[in-house]
Ligand binder design. Structure first.
Ligand code: PTJ
Length: 252
């Protein structure tokens, strides 16, 4: 569908078109559409821009990724739909491994997501078919199936767009978790080591830039990050944005 460029919700509608297309192609799960809608609602509360808190968490994530021994990005249907090019670029510059990990796992979806990532330049995609032969202890869902050389043996994992029980199970295995979840109070955000509360379409380009800065030694050496403080400030920002909306109604 042709979306008029001057539509006030242009960017959001373009993303919806992408989601619709990925659903048709079998990349996104049907439930992934609901997950996207939940993300849109939180984006409204954040004013649809990257907050200072999100910028700080992105910088902390870049440092953690670059200092990791075996970093991995976990890719589900929503992530593969929205940011395939950026996932591949990040995997090359850190470098890190790409692993497909689906809640609604089917062979067909694994293959389609792999193909989408390969079309964007991915060379080695883990987590497909027999490659996911290990299990995350204590996790009953399909997300528990992971590859030995990827998530199972990783030290740092980026877990985007997932509000569930896997992050905690991975933490219990002794891993460091970075999440990209625009909802700062999701289970995953609350138990991660670094919680990036921003839209993944804005996070990935910013994360790639921060990794480049770290690699070229432009990141300040004494950068400190406190995830709990950052989550609290993000919630405060949402609250103050809501109060601004309320004030605007009174003044109209
Ligand atoms: O592809 P599969 O089979 O693995 O299925 C993926 C599901 C839909 C199961 C997975 O995405 C999921 O667990 O969805 P949830 O539980 O709704 O969690 C998704 C989280 O991501 C929610 O907290 C949303 O607010 C958040 N979110 C949605 N869209 C975005 C987002 N966060 C950042 N950027 C977005 N664009």
């Amino acid at each position: 569908m042709d979306i008029p460029k001057n539509h006030p919700r242009y960017e959001s509608l373009i993303l919806r078109e992408k989601v619709k297309e990925c659903l048709k192609q079998g990349i996104l799960s049907e439930v992934g559409v609901a997950a996207h809608g939940r993300g849109e609602a939180f984006d409204y509360l954040l004013g649809e821009k990257t907050s200072l808190e999100a910028k700080r968490s992105i910088k902390a994530a870049a440092i953690m990724l670059c200092e990791a021994k075996n970093p991995v990005i976990s890719v589900n249907g929503n992530t593969a739909c929205l940011v395939p090019k950026e996932v591949v670029e990040l995997s090359k510059i850190v470098p890190l491994k790409i692993e497909i990990n689906l809640f609604y796992r089917t062979k067909e979806r694994e293959e389609k997501i792999k193909e989408r990532l390969e079309n964007h330049g991915a060379l080695d995609v883990l987590g497909v078919g027999e490659s996911a032969s290990e299990n995350i202890p204590g996790l009953e869902s399909m997300r528990g199936r992971v590859s030995k050389e990827g998530i199972f043996s990783s030290d740092v994992i980026i877990v985007p767009l997932e509000d569930g029980d896997r992050a905690l199970a991975l933490k219990n295995m002794g891993k460091k978790i970075i999440t990209v979840d625009i909802n700062p109070i999701s289970r995953t955000s609350m138990c991660s080591d670094i919680s990036i509360a921003d839209n993944i379409v804005r996070v990935m380009p910013a994360l790639i830039e921060e990794v480049k800065k770290f690699k070229s030694r432009e990141t300040e050496k004494d950068f400190k990050f406190d995830n709990n403080e950052n989550i609290k400030k993000t919630i405060e920002l949402m609250r103050s944005n809501l109060l601004d909306y309320q004030k605007n109604i009174k003044e109209r």
